[in-house]
Design a protein around this ligand. Structure first.
Ligand code: ADP
Ligand code: MG
Length: 703
């Protein structure tokens, strides 16, 4: 990536406005005015062939007429003129263009947009947009946009794919009192995309945290790679989580994988904190821009009221940070700062009598103690105490503790005095919220962030016994046959090439062959129809299990063929699969899709009603390490079933995790060929006994 061009684009020493206007109703006027009003210290060059000056600044007929160098140019001219502006900019040596003009990809004008990018590439010019509001930076005092004002000063950056939302959030920084360092409108992302900006902002001294409002990525993997490496926290709010993936329903996995799930998995894997809604985006950006990550689960809550204490305790459990009692020595210390009826356990309840001193002393003790890994301080406004004093007590205690690597979050519940006190706290870099659950949600995000970052840095597994060529051979045979669907036998051959344990399965083309193969494999056996047109074999009466002798085998052969013909008279019948009958085990499903944004993506869940009705499944963008696979196994709701409930022995989660990891490796390896696949069901046995894939399905990409 051309970092220097982005530098010039984001921190320009001079800015031109192509389309600068003397008409106050035009965007070209507003942008010049905003740049002036924002207090920009660099050179400003309005470009307008018909005017001598715009808003008191000398105007130039074209970029090429400007005497000095131009770092960035804001473009507001109609779409049809933009290409020639890009050409001029290239010739002039402009580093970056902020193309506000619309009328490109967003209205189907993709060719014109592609031409802009191609032309810009020729000259090494970077493009923001087109179809954007612009770029705003407090550090640069640069409002290169048509949003009315620079946001309230803060430390975070917000990148928004929606222009209207960006303008609204700009103004909301003042009412919410959560400031921003930068606001960047990303629009059509013809060139500079989320990944480029995350990479750049991560190195920008003025930014401490990166928030993203995302409607969709063009290249999900590129984003993941950059986000994984980011030193600063990245927060994402993903909009539009409903429709995606609905079309691809040839397999179970396809129908279960919605954008929410795949994006959610990708964010988690890349160490990106996910905001639940706009309010939460502001809340989290406040916490993550001001406080360090929480490195362990030991959370202490200090309160002056039982009610808010209980609410915070509930929230702690909900947000995956259940409270533990603080160690005895801390309890003894803390008891000095509360009456008899207080509680030193956790939440630490100082009672309504707590004023400046008790808050100060108890916060200092709790925060300094090595057991504590994060602190939430709650205050319920009372008639007897002064919120500002409490706030000052908290701040002083934190400063005096000298502790820098733990987060502290505050919540005051009360009226105007409390609000003022909280604002003071925020100005002093202590995030404060108007409700206890918001404070706990924020600190849990700091914890989640640290957890994810640990996982992101885990190394990849090395897998042996993989025969990619064997898998490709099977696929080629099906292709030569003009098919997009592998038969179960073929799919199992592919799985086996990646070391997945599958049932012995052989093809019988006649009743006699069926009988002979049954003898060879040994009763009991399972028999299934083999036809590329019959993907759901049971629906066609095409599966017979537990066949114990030769007579039943021959009988089943005839019945299966008859059923298949009745089900679909045009189906090509390859024959009947004879397979070993696997012993009963816990049914799970493994599956994959080739997601449009993230590519090969893995699914895991419990089989049967768990997947059919409860949709209790989890996703990861492939590859998946064995460690991550174990986490998948632990995070589904039905996890206790595999862990062993009510005297049942635990299932072989180790082999299951290895199998998931191998499967994920397979779909990455074969991504040019495989569109969707599943192993449904896989039967999982007791610890040490492994598992068996008893049904396999692979749908190839259309070629
Ligand atoms: P379908 O195409 O209908 O999904 P399956 O191959 O999954 O067909 O078979 C249906 C069910 O039969 C499976 O869910 C499983 O319970 C059982 N089954 C299939 N093959 C075997 C086998 N080899 N050993 C034991 N049970 C099997
Ligand atoms: Mg099946």
């Amino acid at each position: 990536m051309n970092v220097t061009a982005l530098d010039a684009l984001m921190r320009p020493e001079s800015v031109a406005i192509v389309g600068a206007s003397t008409d106050s109703t035009k965007i070209g006027y507003t942008v010049v005015k905003n740049i002036i009003d924002g207090g920009y210290k660099g050179k400003i060059y309005p470009i307008n062939p018909k005017a001598n000056e715009v808003l008191g600044l000398k105007a130039y007929p074209s970029l090429l007429d400007v005497p000095g160098k131009i770092d960035a140019a804001v473009v507001t001219v109609p779409a049809k003129l933009v290409l020639s502006v890009v050409e001029e900019a290239g010739k002039k040596g402009v580093k970056g263009l902020i193309i506000i003009s619309s009328g490109f990809g967003e209205v189907g004008n993709k060719d014109l947009e592609a031409q802009l990018v191609a032309k810009a590439k020729e000259y090494g010019v970077r493009i923001m947009g087109p179809n954007i509001v612009g770029t705003l930076s407090n550090a640069e005092k640069l409002n290169a946009s048509f949003a009315p004002i620079l946001p309230l000063v803060g430390k975070g950056a917000l990148v928004s794919q929606s222009g209207a939302l960006l303008i609204a959030l700009d103004m909301a920084t003042f009412t919410r009192k959560v400031g921003l360092e930068k606001l960047i409108s990303i629009g059509n992302m013809s060139d500079v995309d989320f990944a480029d900006l995350v990479e750049w902002l991560d190195k920008d001294d003025a930014t401490s945290c990166i928030s993203l409002y995302i409607e969709g990525f063009k290249d999900g993997r590129k984003f993941m790679e950059v986000a994984k490496k980011a030193i600063k926290p990245v927060i994402a709010l993903k909009a539009g989580v409903s429709a995606h993936g609905a079309a691809a329903a040839a397999s179970h996995t396809g129908s279960l994988a919605g954008a929410a799930k795949v994006y959610g998995a990708a964010f988690q894997q890349a160490g990106v904190v996910q905001a639940t809604d706009l309010n939460n985006l502001f809340d989290l950006s406040l916490a993550l821009s001001l406080q360090p990550p929480m490195l362990g689960d030991n959370l202490v809550i200090i309160t002056n009221g039982g009610g808010v204490g209980v609410l915070a305790t509930d929230a702690a459990e909900k947000f995956n940070l259940p409270l533990k009692f603080v160690p005895k020595d801390v309890q003894e210390e803390l008891k000095k700062y509360m009456p008899e009826f207080g509680s030193a356990k956790n939440p630490v309840d100082l009672t309504g009598m707590a004023g400046y001193d008790w808050y100060h002393d108890s916060v200092k003790i709790a925060f300094s103690h090595k057991w504590t890994e994060g602190l939430v301080v709650l205050y319920c406004e009372t008639a007897m105490t002064n919120p500002m004093e409490i706030a000052q007590g908290i701040k002083k205690a934190i400063d005096e503790s000298g502790v820098k690597n733990k987060p502290v979050i505050v919540s005051f519940v009360g009226g105007e005095k409390s609000e003022k006190a909280m604002q003071w706290l925020v100005e002093n870099e202590i995030p404060s919220y108007s409700a206890p659950d918001l404070a706990v949600h924020a600190i849990s995000a700091l914890r989640e962030y640290a957890r994810m970052k640990e996982i992101v840095s885990e190394p990849e597994d090395k897998l042996n016994n993989i025969d990619k060529l064997a898998a490709l051979k099977v696929i080629r045979t099906a292709r030569e046959d003009g098919r997009d669907a592998l038969t179960e036998i073929e799919a199992k051959q592919v799985f086996a090439a990646y070391g997945l344990p599958t049932t012995i399965t052989k093809l019988a083309k006649s009743e006699d062959e069926a009988s002979a193969l049954a003898q060879e494999i040994g009763f009991p056996i399972v028999m299934k129809i083999v036809s590329p047109e019959i993907l759901h074999k049971s629906d066609a009466g095409g599966v017979k299990v537990n066949i114990k002798d030769d007579v039943s085998c021959r009988d089943a052969y005839r019945t299966i063929l008859k059923n298949a013909k009745e089900y679909n008279a045009n189906a090509h019948i390859h024959g009947v699969a004879i397979q070993e009958m696997a012993p009963w085990g816990t049914e799970v499903i493994l599956g994959s899709i080739n997601d449009a944004t993230f590519g090969p993506t893995m699914m895991f869940g419990l089989g049967g009603i768990f997947v059919e009705v409860l949709k209790d499944v989890t996703f990861r963008v492939a590859p998946v390490s064995k460690k991550s696979a174990l986490r998948m196994i632990e995070e589904i709701r039905g996890a206790p079933i595999l862990a062993g409930v009510r005297g049942e022995e635990p299932r072989d989660r180790d082999v299951l995790a290895e199998t998931i990891s191998r499967y994920a490796h397979m779909i990455v390896d074969l991504q040019e060929e495989v569109s969707e696949s599943d192993a449904n069901p896989v039967l999982v046995y007791q610890e040490g006994r492994g598992l068996k894939v008893v049904d396999a399905r692979i749908i190839l990409k259309k070629k």
